[in-house]
Design a protein around this ligand. Structure first.
Ligand SMILES: [Zn+2]
Length: 239
């Protein structure tokens, strides 16, 4: 059962336009700001041309900045499963958080609110778990948010997003298995990949796959554990 959602309409952003597609994705971000005031300033300034639908403060309060029916500007140059214009296809949620480099946990109250809001949106727009993503998944060459401390596993326990237990295999990947690994990433939806046996060319995408699904491996070369993860995630994807 959904608990009641408390949403504030105190602040609004003028940075939006018309949606051209049906809503099918939910995208999580961090603000990379120290507090709410700084985030509001950023997400409402005409000059910056950025916004999101929802913003969650450190105390768990949820602010609606752009109406869900409108196209907020949070995704930028991005893609998923060969689809572009992610802004038209998604609801964007920003969380007040200073950034991965600060190495801080997200606040418990923020995550509780994020779970409530995500469940509400998932049900309302029939969003599939495999379409609940981080900015780093859809823009892997430019972005790292919501970062390695984002609790994907906790969210999955509330039926939000895809998650599988890791199957450890620390062996290196040979050329063929690197190709298979990259193909699997592409099937999952990761963009900007070149399917060859070149890890370096695809480095930022691999790093962001790890950041989401195997955060302890974010700076490591992909190995058997990484490949196993793609296989298990694909089994859980609906299409
Ligand atoms: Zn972002």
């Amino acid at each position: 059962m959904l608990c009641q959602l408390n949403i504030s309409h105190r602040y609004k952003s003028i940075n939006f336009d018309l949606r051209k597609k049906k809503i099918s994705l939910l995208i999580f971000h961090y603000t990379e700001t120290n507090d709410l005031a700084e985030a509001i300033k950023l997400l409402t300034a005409k000059k910056r041309k950025v916004s999101c639908h929802y913003l969650i403060d450190t105390n768990g309060l949820i602010y609606n900045l752009v109406d869900e029916s409108k196209r907020a500007w949070h995704a930028g140059e991005s893609m998923w499963k060969r689809s572009k214009d992610i802004n038209s296809r998604s609801i964007g949620i920003e969380i007040v958080y200073p950034g991965e480099f600060v190495r801080k946990k997200y606040k418990k109250k923020q995550i509780e609110s994020l779970i409530k809001l995500s469940l509400y949106l998932k049900k309302k727009y029939k969003i599939l778990n495999q379409n609940i993503l981080g900015h780093s998944d859809i823009a892997p060459k430019r972005k790292i948010d919501p970062g390695i401390f984002f609790p994907w596993e906790v969210l999955n326990k509330s039926s939000i997003g895809l998650w599988t237990k890791k199957r450890l295999d620390n062996s290196d990947l040979n050329k063929e298995s690197i190709k298979l690994f990259l193909k699997n990433l592409q099937k999952l939806g990761y963009p900007y990949l070149k399917i060859n046996n070149n890890i370096n060319f695809n480095k930022s995408v691999i790093e962001n796959f790890h950041r989401h699904h195997l955060p302890y491996m974010v700076k490591s070369k992909p190995n058997g554990t990484s490949l196993n993860k793609t296989i298990d995630l694909l089994k859980k994807s609906i299409d």
